[in-house]
Design a protein around this ligand. Structure first.
Ligand code: NAD
Ligand code: MG
Length: 385
């Protein structure tokens, strides 16, 4: 393999920093061409000094002078602001984008990369939740691969390698169940953010950690899977598997089930997406079948974790409903993280926003942008922010 130049959008986050660890361990295979961060100038500067990218973007324009000065004398060019993200994503100077920005903010830069024909290693699931039809259609037109980084989707992708046109009967997405597995509403009503931020198996950014605690994350992943693997809503099943050893499964039309397994470590799906179709040797800890652990499976409790039921409804209805769900959820999660609303209120905000915003069956990209804005405004009005 020749050295692949990676543009990491969201390099200071949980996925971004782990991707840089993968690059640091495989300097013959990868280089960091572009790094971007929203607010963490200190870490972005440190990363730029270590990896010497061609360009960096700091989202928060107030931080531009600090980053510019710290990187003066290096060859790294410094840009700032939301529009710079799209401009830099549109430059033909890298081989693959790792889309690791969190939330709706990741959509536009990813679209720019697809537009100029760059393959995408996709961590940012919200991009497909919001506008999956448009993203997949454009990727098809440009003949570029979208390789999932999300561990469940990476598992399914890996199970499908070599299967050609063999038909999928269904996929089985595994869910850890999060920190509140088995809990009921009378417990959840009092949950505070510090508790919700403690995930049993994965260390991740704040937004996805809260989504994992409410099971919204699994709902977003069902929608993500629909687009990535061209499935109908009733071909996607969720199973709670608290040990997070089986990362997901595919059941084919002959009833055979393939699973991808391993210890939970995001560096594995990150490096798989970056190196596809090759695998890279690594010293990560291995799963040991000798250790006395039972792998268990159970149904998700959608009556208690209603976010998952709402996401299933959005998946079934299609159109702009997943976009509405996502926008309301982002507002709700950030309000919860600022102690403005309670744990169960997040579901109320999403449900009421889904009931309020006009349904569009086949939205244009412009209509997705409008839907996102309207849903955010309405959700925020419910919280009085
Ligand atoms: P994070 O919060 O740790 O990092 C987010 C990154 O995005 C940071 O670099 C931040 O600077 C940047 N960012 C935040 N807001 C931005 C904005 N408005 N504009 C531009 N950049 C912005 O998040 P994370 O946990 O690394 O997750 C990133 C994405 O990957 C999410 O979509 C998440 O669902 C997905 N994902 C993460 C994991 C995981 O283990 N962390 C697993 C599967 C999928
Ligand atoms: Mg996942």
């Amino acid at each position: 393999m020749s050295q692949k130049r990676i543009a990491i959008f969201g390099s200071t986050g949980s996925i971004g920093t782990q991707a840089l660890e993968v690059i640091a361990s495989n300097p013959d295979l990868f280089s960091a061409e572009i790094l971007t961060a929203q607010t963490n100038d200190t870490l972005l500067i440190k990363q730029a000094l270590q990896f010497q990218p061609n360009m960096v973007v700091i989202g928060d324009e107030k931080k531009y002078p600090i980053v510019k000065e710290a990187l003066a004398g290096t060859h790294t060019k410094v840009f700032a602001g939301e529009e710079a993200l799209e401009e830099v994503a549109s430059l033909d100077c890298y081989d693959m984008m790792l889309a690791a920005i969190v939330g709706y903010a990741g959509l536009k830069p990813t679209l720019c990369a697809i537009e100029i024909g760059k393959p995408i290693a996709l961590a940012n699931k919200e991009t497909l939740v919001v506008a999956g039809d448009i993203i997949m259609r454009k990727a098809m037109e440009k003949r570029i691969a979208i390789i999932p980084v999300d561990s469940e989707h990476s598992a399914i992708f890996q199970c499908l390698v070599g299967e050609g046109r063999n038909k999928i009967e269904k996929i089985i997405l595994t869910a850890s169940g999060g920190p509140f597995l088995g809990k009921k509403p009378n417990f959840l009503v009092n949950v505070k953010k510090d508790h919700a931020l403690q995930h049993p198996n994965w260390s991740m950014g704040a937004k996805i950690t809260i989504d994992s605690a409410t099971l919204m994350n699994k709902g977003l992943e069902m929608i993500e899977a629909k687009w990535l693997f061209n499935l109908q809503h009733d071909q996607i099943q969720v199973v709670v598997h608290p040990q997070s050893i089986i990362h997901s499964m595919v059941q084919f039309e002959d009833g055979s089930i393939k699973a991808q397994m391993g210890l939970p470590d995001m560096k594995l799906p990150i490096q798989y997406a970056m190196a596809f179709p090759n695998r890279i040797a690594n010293p990560f800890p291995r799963y040991d079948f000798k250790r006395p652990e039972t792998l268990s499976f159970e149904e998700p409790d959608t009556k208690t974790f209603r976010n998952l039921a709402l996401a299933m409804e959005a998946l079934r209805r299609g159109g702009n409903m997943p976009c509405i769900l996502n926008a309301a959820n982002e507002i709700a999660v950030y309000a919860f993280l600022r102690n403005r609303i309670g744990f169960l209120d997040m579901t109320e905000v999403v449900e009421q926003t889904m009931a309020k915003i006009a349904f569009i069956e086949q939205p244009t990209l412009e209509e997705y942008f409008e839907t996102d804005g309207e849903a955010r405004n309405f959700a925020a009005s419910l919280i009085h922010m």
